[in-house]
Design a binder for this molecule. Structure first.
Ligand code: FES
Length: 108
């Protein structure tokens, strides 16, 4: 039986705003490297953190509100909206590093 990949994942929507979504994903990857958070401890297990682009996350209402991209972080299932590349450092540091949701970007 194939083992389950227990990586933590960040999915960045590129359905409406391809360029900004890709730039956000790139900035997140760079920050994971810079901040040394390519792995994180979850439920006592060390897990890889993967950033992926994806199609619509069904958060389109929020996508249309600003120039930034929407993203979701698993396994928490926390969604963020209007995210710009400049927000990547804070999301990586606060959410992935400290386990604190970035309230100013969180979607309901
Ligand atoms: S187009 Fe971004 S969530 Fe649907």
């Amino acid at each position: 039986m194939k083992s389950v990949d227990k990586a933590a994942r960040l999915f960045v929507c590129v359905a409406q705003k391809d360029e900004i979504g890709r730039d956000v994903a790139k900035a997140l990857k760079q920050e994971l490297k810079t901040q040394g958070l390519k792995t994180r401890l979850l439920d006592g297990e060390k897990r890889k953190v993967r950033v992926q682009t994806c199609n619509c996350l069904d958060l389109c209402k929020q996508c249309k509100k600003g120039a930034g991209a929407a993203l979701i972080i698993y396994p928490e299932g926390v969604t963020y909206g209007d995210v710009r590349p400049r927000d990547a450092a804070e999301i990586v540091r606060e959410h992935l590093g400290e386990g604190r949701v970035v309230k100013r970007l969180q979607l309901d």
